[in-house]
Ligand binder design. Structure first.
Ligand code: NAD
Length: 501
């Protein structure tokens, strides 16, 4: 199992540069300075310390990476799947050996607590594990005698160069939803991480390099929207996986598809948590509190609107407020902390504006986290747990994604009314029900028009071997992330019909 290695340079992430130069890209098996003229500062959101700079890569950086990936593709696609899988076994071993170090980097650049970071890194590695089974996952099918003496088969073939564009909230995990499957199936790959949190990928790519993958199979390009637009437009890229906000997901989906690419674009969310009067109140409170405030609410599966149904309203509201008040906020590398900062002060200001709007819209602010601070870290992007009561779907806080430690309590008379609230949302990523009735749970999972359902589960996160993704404004495309959908997304089904005279 995992061997622990703590960050080598104390509080400074091992993948960051202390010399003020922007971190390099990884292209064609080498660390290469970006061609970008511009770069952005990186900051630890809890402490306000500098973590170096990230370059804002250009179309020329993307083009270099595409060329390297295209050059590597013919040999890599001819490498037996079992051999490709062996590289992934090595990657998994290295990720395990550096598990604590990788988790600490996630905390340092994103702000989530070390336990949350560990969970996310573990979930990411599980995708590498699943992709190691590619010789079986990638098999085609054959049918003899489709007509007398004629056989038909299909084989799955890799298609070339794919790319991922990923968000700030899971810096280590989200890229792993895609690339292990893409390269296991014989494609070459480019990762464009969020410019807010590039260091986890930087360190992971050092380990990918150590695993000895042939140059050009895996490439890392840093940047923001210019790099994204270059990926969407580049004729040498066959397909794009995107995870981020709905507005950008739509943009990537339409522009990348317009240039003939396969696209899967996972967008934002507004997840409803239905609390029925027959739930186990104590356990429900604990699980729902974690769903709302875990990762400081910066999770696409976080509970956002708590729909208190019938007599559940009073008891669940009181308990949630008490539980939220008891959360210890601080720097996620320190023991006992369960609520880290938001990813940046800019994002915190955005969430505060939404709270202000909630009060203007007439919601009742039952717990206000706006004034909360952490004395030791005055520069941190902290925001205390916040709870609104009396929220309706017309209010901004009732319909828009907040992406912070903010819960909105809404009332429903019964399951029918609760489902109306769920279906009024433009998003359909995840929803959960808390009940002790199998019949109610069955009706909910049957009727809810949402793709990821939790029954007495607060964060309904599918594991690597199941599909991950929503519908409506939460997802654009058809094949979802990881699971067998990935194998389909990254391969073409070539059909061969044969007759021998
Ligand atoms: P974001 O949309 O701002 O950024 C995502 C990526 O798009 C980044 O790599 C960024 O560089 C790029 N980007 C940003 N603005 C762009 C623009 N104008 N043009 C082109 N590219 C642009 O998202 P974020 O703030 O990093 O992440 C949070 C969002 O991600 C939330 O909405 C959350 O719900 C969503 N998310 C969804 C899932 C899911 O499974 N559906 C998972 C994680 C996060």
């Amino acid at each position: 199992m995992a061997v622990s290695t703590r960050p080598e340079r104390g509080a400074f992430p091992s993948a960051a540069r202390a010399d003020g130069k922007p971190i390099p890209n990884y292209i064609g098996g080498s660390w290469t300075p970006s061609l970008a003229a511009e770069s952005l500062p990186l900051t630890n959101p809890a402490t306000g310390e500098s973590l170096g700079r990230v370059p804002l890569g250009t179309a020329a950086d993307i083009d270099r990476a595409v060329q390297a990936a295209q050059a590597a593709f013919p040999k890599w696609r001819g490498t037996p799947p079992v051999v490709r899988a062996r590289y992934l076994f090595k990657v998994k071993q290295l990720f395990d050996e550096h598990f604590d170090e990788l988790s600490a980097i996630v905390t340092q650049e994103n702000g989530k607590t070390l336990d949350e970071a560990r969970g996310s890194v573990r979930r990411g590695i599980e995708n590498v594990e699943h992709a190691c089974g590619i010789p079986a996952l990638m098999m085609g099918q054959t049918l003899e005698d489709v007509a007398t003496g004629i056989d038909c088969e299909y084989v799955r073939q890799p298609m070339g160069v794919f790319a991922a564009i990923t968000p700030f909230n899971f810096p280590a995990m989200v890229p792993l939803w895609f690339w292990p499957y893409a390269i296991a199936t014989g494609n070459c790959y480019i990762v464009k991480p969020s410019e807010q949190v590039p260091l986890s990928q930087q360190r992971m790519f050092e380990l990918v390099h150590e695993a000895g993958l042939p140059p050009g199979v895996m490439n890392l390009v840093h940047g923001g929207k210019d790099a994204v637009n270059a990926i969407c437009a580049h004729p040498g890229i066959t397909g794009v996986s995107f995870v981020g906000s709905t507005a950008v997901a739509k943009h990537v989906y339409t522009t990348a598809a317009a240039s003939g690419k396969r696209v899967q674009a996972l967008g934002g969310a507004k997840n409803h948590v239905i609390v029925m009067p027959d739930c186990d109140l104590e356990r429900t409170t604990a699980v729902v509190t974690e769903s709302i405030f875990g990762c400081a609410g910066q999770r696409c599966l976080a509970g956002s609107v708590i729909v208190a149904t019938g007599k559940a309203y009073g008891p669940i509201k009181d308990r949630l407020i008490a539980a939220a008040k008891s959360l210890t906020m601080g720097y996620g590398l320190e023991p006992g902390v369960v609520l880290g900062p938001l990813v940046s002060r800019a994002h915190r200001d955005r969430v505060v504006k939404m709270i202000d709007q909630g009060t203007k819209d007439g919601a009742d602010l039952a717990l206000d986290g706006r004034g909360a601070t952490v004395a030791k870290y005055p520069e941190g992007a902290f925001l205390g747990p916040t709870i609104f009561d009396g929220v309706t779907p017309k209010m901004t806080i009732g319909k828009d994604e907040i992406f912070g430690p903010v819960a909105s309590i809404a009332k429903a008379a019964d399951l029918d009314e609760a489902l109306e609230l769920v279906h009024a949302s433009p998003y359909a990523n995840a929803t959960s029900i808390f009940t002790s009735s199998g019949k109610t749970a069955r009706e909910f999972r049957y009727r809810a028009g949402v793709s990821m359902i939790g029954v007495n589960i607060g964060v309904a996160a599918p594991m690597a071997f199941f599909p991950f993704g929503g519908t409506k404004s939460s997802f654009f495309g058809d094949l979802k992330a990881h699971g067998t959908d990935s194998v389909q997304f990254f391969t073409d089904k070539k059909v061969v019909i044969s007759r021998w005279f």
